[in-house]
Design a protein around this ligand. Sequence first.
Ligand code: F6P
Length: 346
Amino acid sequence: MKIGVLTGGGDCPGLNAVIRAVVRKADAYDSRVVGIRNGWKGLLDLTTMDLDLKMVSGILHIGGTIVGTSRTNPLKDPAGPDKVLKNLRILGLDALIAIGGEDTLGAASKLFDKGLPVVGVPKTIDNDLYGTDFTFGFDTAVSIATEAIDRIHTTAESHNRVMVVEVMGRNAGWIATFSGIAGGADVVLIPEKPIDMDNVCDLILRRHSRGKSYSIVVVAEGAKFADKPGMNGKLIVQETRTDEFGHVRLGGISQLLAQEIEKRTQFETRYVVLGHIQRGGSPTAHDRVLATRYGVFATEMVHRGDFGKMAALQGNSIVAIPLAEATSKIKTVDMGLYSIAEEFFG
Ligand code: F6P
């Protein structure tokens, strides 16, 4: 068989581990793998690279993706799907493995309906893909955010400040909740629960009345104010222009939050946006293992013709679930888990 592999959307640690696993497993089947450059874009403009055992040697621990990525939407142009199918034939590919999040796999699902023999692998630091307990990349992002919170603790304490830490996650608060629990945050704010400023300030004041002179607030980039005039329920954005999948560029909530906390509590407050640091560098051991399991399983799915599905982690097993199901909605934070974070507020 000749298998294409592409990585789409925002990069994340572990992509190379999946690519390596696909090439190694394909080799065991005597199949060949072609890397599609820069996500769906490479299937539209026919830019590819051969992936052999030598190419994937030594990449397991390296962040990013050797085939490149983009946020190109192959369905944006009505002629896109036919072009993808035609180019698949031109490249002589029997199957495609698409490694991506809700956008890349949403496109894969629609292209499967049009005849594309595709299998999906769930990637995103946001951990918001439905139907899988965890996406790879998430554990690394949480580890990076937790280390940052640990560092922010010491400077917050030295200066008797409130520090607001903004983490990624788009419309789900998984990174905030996990890193908030792991980093011992005093308040964690997530998109799933609108921000009540009175409550946030009460928690900080309560903590400081107990003799603490500093606080750490972790906020997800997609969190929204419940009670700030003119901003209620609105996403705070850096860029209102949307990408090809209709997403705005989030960012800036921590600055507004810091200003409001300082104004209301009179405690000196600073903010820090962790940004793309959360997506860079080496994957954790956990993500290397998960990415490798996904890569091997997806290659097996291809060889048994199990198309239109995504490899998913359910409990401790990797299973195949329909792409249509995985992309039917996003997986938001389990509020039972969030209540664990709340136990430590204030
Ligand atoms: O989906 C992953 C993610 O890192 C989100 O957490 C974030 O909102 C977005 O991508 C940032 O995208 P970009 O790399 O295009 O700025």
